[in-house]
Design a protein around this ligand. Structure first.
Ligand SMILES: *[C@@H]1O[C@H](CO)[C@@H](O)[C@H](O)[C@H]1NC(C)=O
Ligand SMILES: *[C@@H]1O[C@H](CO)[C@@H](O)[C@H](O)[C@H]1NC(C)=O
Ligand SMILES: *[C@@H]1O[C@H](CO)[C@@H](O)[C@H](O)[C@H]1NC(C)=O
Ligand SMILES: *[C@@H]1O[C@H](CO)[C@@H](O)[C@H](O)[C@H]1NC(C)=O
Ligand SMILES: *[C@@H]1O[C@H](CO)[C@@H](O)[C@H](O)[C@H]1NC(C)=O
Ligand SMILES: *[C@@H]1O[C@H](CO)[C@@H](O)[C@H](O)[C@H]1NC(C)=O
Ligand SMILES: *[C@@H]1O[C@H](CO)[C@@H](O)[C@H](O)[C@H]1NC(C)=O
Ligand SMILES: *[C@@H]1O[C@H](CO)[C@@H](O)[C@H](O)[C@H]1NC(C)=O
Ligand SMILES: *[C@@H]1O[C@H](CO)[C@@H](O)[C@H](O)[C@H]1NC(C)=O
Length: 850
């Protein structure tokens, strides 16, 4: 094919305008009716036909183009390669990053001995080198995006020089990141200096071959390491555990005498994906979405504080979902408890008990689901199994830990041993590897929880007694409340009430002796400026909610209970009892209550960002400010709050009225579940309850609850599923009882899922800022939660695991509740219950006989 193109481009067609190209084509087709049919431009440069500034090479299949280009807002000309198949010019390789041309005319020419040269009136810059002298060289742009110089008579494989050996900031399919030991090449990715300057910038990614090889992201300033991938575990990098979810990709890691390299390939030619180190020091993998005509970044790093290589210091374990995020590995304690108390874990941890290797009493503690520590100083032996690895590590007193080097296919083979401090470990949910850490006998088995969570308690104690008492969760909270009361000073009479006696009978709570600050009505009136309208936040289920400010500056939300409400008092007590006992960072916190005469009020912490429904549905500006990362965190937070309610708190609590307006958002946009007026506490062995009084909100109610009054934790799961779909789509679920022209959200999500188009569910206002795999995972989980039959829906604890997983192995959802039943209901609705159920987002109460 080469030879067919050369006559074409070197004769009358060279420098041809596009109008004369068809002529050339016709000629070609007449001569040889093969392979040239799609080539509208040439794909080669020969000695006789340099590339002029106004020309481009296009690879044979039309996938890539090479030519001169101007970066945005930059008058200088560069030679680059970009995708020819997508409308947005996306440069993947630049030939002359440091030597732009600013004069015309310029040419890219090939010298007779095979050197590519960029010539402009006043300069001539060689762009390539060759080890061997070529006699009849040709430079060709291949369909892979590789630009090669080779002997014209040789096949494509025998390149004397290729652009793939000199990556710029982008890795495309087939390119390698690593080192070629034989030829002394480093395949590194170096970011552009800025969006308009392709010169090498501040950040680069390179393979460190010492120990067990891993890729590091560096900042040039001080050669500081910012992030690392972790070692390759046979399937993926230990620190990039979502790799396995990319179904249309194949990843290759090579580690032999000749080279250490990482590369990827796409299994379907129509997938266009790239890995880029961007100017702000982020490694991002994106995919071209033809439908949206945008690059969707579906993975990037560093992403959270735990990606920072020094987040928790030596022997520290980082968990971004935990607070504080740093903990110590079993058998270790913080080096500086004061710093840790101030949330600075970077000093790391020290051993509790000195090792006693000589007496052979040391052992190993297994730390599960981690990103393996920095492997720079490791020794690796791929030939021994885990048992012999353990024996070896045990026998060598300098060995601090070991792990399997290869976990491919579920097998655990190979041996990595550490001989220095273990740094940069983090924990993953569901993924990650097992690490075995050497400990003195005294520290073995002391902590049942692998991640050293038990270390929190001693730290907390020290802190509580010394520095910041109010930062503490459990014990501190109680102390703090009392202090706060004393501080409120004269004029406010605050005392403490106990609900234990009368409530015990009603709610059958066994061990309750809760004490809760009782606020004086006067104090509340002052705080809310006399319950003024300007301080009114909204209307709750049973009365208005006001914003207020206590004497000490604390902002509060006051939920009043309307005097007219008949059922209100029970619900009020219920809520007080419940919330006072429930302490979780994803549940709104009750600060106290006020009972005076007929007045009943609940005092909550004030939430700066009001509620989720406002962000999702109220107005475009708000929903646009809610990016995917925040939405995802909100979904995770709600899920954790629910796990706590359903399983982890002392009671089994079913919320029964989970909806967007009951999810409050604090300053940091962390979600807090609120409004427990409807909540029910379950007895130990009760799993579901049948009630004649159906309360809740249509659109969020599970079919079995709305129709048969049966509720269980699975009805909350249903509501959660609806919420997840609403968060993804920014659309309200209109419930079952709307006319069929407005497809309900669940039915819509279900049909998109079946067509494999779940990404279309995404709220337009997110503007493709989302990570596709996370969105797909959430949509999938949302659909699992809204399945018609309660027994099919996952428990919230399973949902949390799913959220933490890669999403690859989730079960297939069945049809959602309501999507099918609607027809049935429509016929039914001609009878009695039609009127009461037309409202969408109002909490309604429906008394219904079964
Ligand atoms: C490129 O520019 C040269 C003059 O610089 C001109 O002669 C030639 O026709 C142009 N070719 C194309 C394809 O525009
Ligand atoms: C080439 O260099 C000469 C002298 O160094 C200078 O006067 C001229 O402007 C340059 N030409 C261009 C096109 O830059
Ligand atoms: C390339 O890698 C080799 C071996 O790892 C190293 O000695 C050399 O300094 C590296 N060169 C660059 C430019 O990073
Ligand atoms: C490749 O992807 C395209 C578009 O997504 C699809 O139509 C085609 O069937 C896929 N081909 C294969 C072999 O999977
Ligand atoms: C680099 O990528 C990150 C994450 O995708 C993004 O937030 C940042 O804006 C990007 N920087 C530039 C200069 O594009
Ligand atoms: C070994 O154990 C003995 C007794 O248990 C103790 O006296 C000695 O100090 C230990 N050796 C080391 C090196 O710790
Ligand atoms: C590896 O060893 C060197 C030299 O002993 C040391 O400076 C460096 O901190 C070690 N790196 C790690 C990650 O332990
Ligand atoms: C222990 O391991 C280190 C690092 O591989 C090695 O240098 C040393 O020789 C080993 N010691 C023994 C006793 O095997
Ligand atoms: C890892 O283990 C798998 C399965 O046991 C094996 O096929 C593969 O070759 C191993 N990889 C390396 C690098 O040893």
């Amino acid at each position: 094919m080469m030879n067919t193109l050369i006559p074409c481009s070197s004769s009358s067609c060279s420098n041809s305008s596009s109008s004369s190209t068809p002529l050339c084509l016709v000629l070609l087709l007449l001569l040889l009716s093969i392979s040239c049919t799609t080539a509208r431009s040439r794909d080669t440069i020969t000695v006789d036909s340099p590339l002029a500034e106004n020309e481009t090479l296009v690879s044979a299949g039309g996938y890539f183009a090479l030519g001169f280009f101007n970066p945005p807002n930059n008058p200088d000309r560069y030679i680059g390669i970009w995708y020819n198949t997508i409308p947005t010019q996306t440069v993947v390789w630049v030939a002359n990053r440091l030597d732009p041309v600013d004069a015309s005319p310029s040419f890219l020419s090939l010298s007779p001995d095979g050197i590519l040269t960029l010539s402009s009136p006043n300069s001539s810059t060689p762009l390539s080198t060759t080890a061997t002298t070529l006699t009849n060289p040709v430079a060709q742009l291949l369909d892979t995006g590789n630009f090669v110089v080779r002997e014209a008579t040789d096949g494509g494989d025998a390149a004397a020089w290729q652009s793939f050996d000199y990556p710029t900031d982008t890795l495309i399919a087939g390119m390698k990141l690593g080192v070629d030991r034989r030829r002394g090449l480093n395949w590194t990715l170096t970011a552009w200096r800025s969006g308009s300057d392709p010169a090498p910038g501040e950040y680069y990614a390179a393979m460190d071959t010492a120990g067990d090889p891993e890729v590091f992201l560096y900042s040039v300033a001080g050669r500081a390491r910012i992030w690392r991938t972790g070692p390759w575990d046979g399937v993926q990098f230990s620190g990039v555990p979502d790799t396995v979810t990319y179904q249309d990709f194949a990843f290759t890691f090579t580690n032999d005498a000749d080279e250490v390299s990482y590369s990827f390939n796409v299994l379907n030619r129509s997938i266009i994906s790239r890995l880029v180190v961007n100017q702000t020091g982020v490694v991002q993998r994106s995919i071209w979405l033809a439908s949206g005509r945008v690059w969707n970044i579906f993975w990037y790093a560093p992403r959270d504080p735990c990606d920072d290589v020094s987040a928790c210091g030596p022997y520290g374990l980082c968990d971004p979902n935990d607070s504080p995020m740093c903990s110590c590995v079993q058998g270790f304690e913080p080096r500086s408890p004061q710093d840790w108390a101030l949330r600075d874990g970077s000093g790391g941890c020290v051993r509790r008990t000195r090792l006693d290797c000589a007496n052979r009493t040391d052992g190993f503690a297994k730390v599960s689901h981690v990103k393996l520590p920095d492997t720079t100083n490791c020794t690796v032996d791929p030939t021994v199994g885990l048992d012999r690895c353990a024996a070896r590590c045990s026998a060598n007193c300098s060995c601090t830990a070991y792990a399997a080097a290869n976990v491919s296919g579920g097998a655990r083979s190979g041996c990595v041993m550490w001989h220095s401090e273990l740094t940069d470990m983090r924990v993953y949910v569901g993924t990650g590897q097992d690490l075995y850490v050497r400990l003195a006998a005294a520290d073995l088995g002391s902590a049942p929880s692998q991640s050293g969570k038990s270390d929190h308690a001693p730290i907390a104690l020290i802190v509580g007694l010394t520095v910041v008492a109010f930062l503490l969760a459990c014990a501190g909270c109680y102390i703090w409340r009392r202090r706060k009361l004393r501080k409120s000073g004269p004029g406010t009479s605050a005392s403490t009430i106990s609900f234990s006696h009368e409530q015990r009978k009603e709610e059958s709570i066994q061990d309750s002796d809760i004490e809760l600050p009782l606020f004086d009505l006067g104090t509340i009136a002052v705080a809310t400026e006399g319950f003024s309208n300007t301080n009114k936040l909204g209307e709750g289920g049973f009365g208005p909610v006001y914003r207020g400010k206590l004497g000490d500056g604390q902002e509060i939300a006051v939920k009043t209970l309307a005097k007219t409400s008949v059922q209100g008092l029970d619900e009020f007590k219920n809520e007080v009892m419940l919330i006072a006992k429930l302490q979780h960072r994803n549940l709104v916190r009750l600060l106290g209550c006020c009972i005076q005469g007929e007045e009943r009020m609940l005092i909550y912490e004030y939430m700066e960002n009001k509620s989720l429904d406002m962000f999702l549905f109220a107005d475009k500006a708000y929903s646009a400010s809610l990016n995917w990362q925040t939405r995802y965190r909100i979904i995770e937070g709600i899920a954790r709050g629910l796990v706590y309610l359903h399983q982890d708190s002392r009671f089994r609590v079913i919320h029964r009225d989970l909806k967007a307006s009951n999810i409050l958002l604090d300053k940091e946009m962390s979600p807090k579940i609120s409004d427990f007026g409807m909540a029910r506490i379950f007895g130990g062995d009760e799993t579901e309850v049948n009630t004649r009084k159906v309360v809740g909100t249509y659109g969020y109610m599970s079919p079995e609850y709305a129709m048969d009054g049966i509720f269980s934790v699975k009805s909350d799961v249903f509501s959660f599923g609806v919420l997840v779909l609403e968060i993804i789509s920014g659309r309200r679920n209109r419930g079952a009882y709307v006319d069929s022209s407005h497809l309900n959200l669940l039915a819509h999500a279900w049909s998109l899922w079946n067509e494999g188009k779940s990404l279309e569910l995404v709220d337009d206002s997110m503007d493709y800022s989302f990570l596709a795999n996370e969105v797909l995972k959430c949509a999938h989980i949302g659909l699992l939660c809204v399945q018609e039959h309660p027994e099919d829906r996952p428990l919230m604890s399973a949902v949390v695991l799913m959220l933490g997983s890669d999403g690859a192995s989730l079960p297939t959802p069945k049809q959602p509740g309501f999507a099918r039943r609607r027809i049935q209901l429509d016929t039914e609705s001609s009878s009695s219950k039609q009127d009461s159920i037309t409202l969408n987002d109002m909490t309604i109460t429906m008394i219904e006989g079964r």
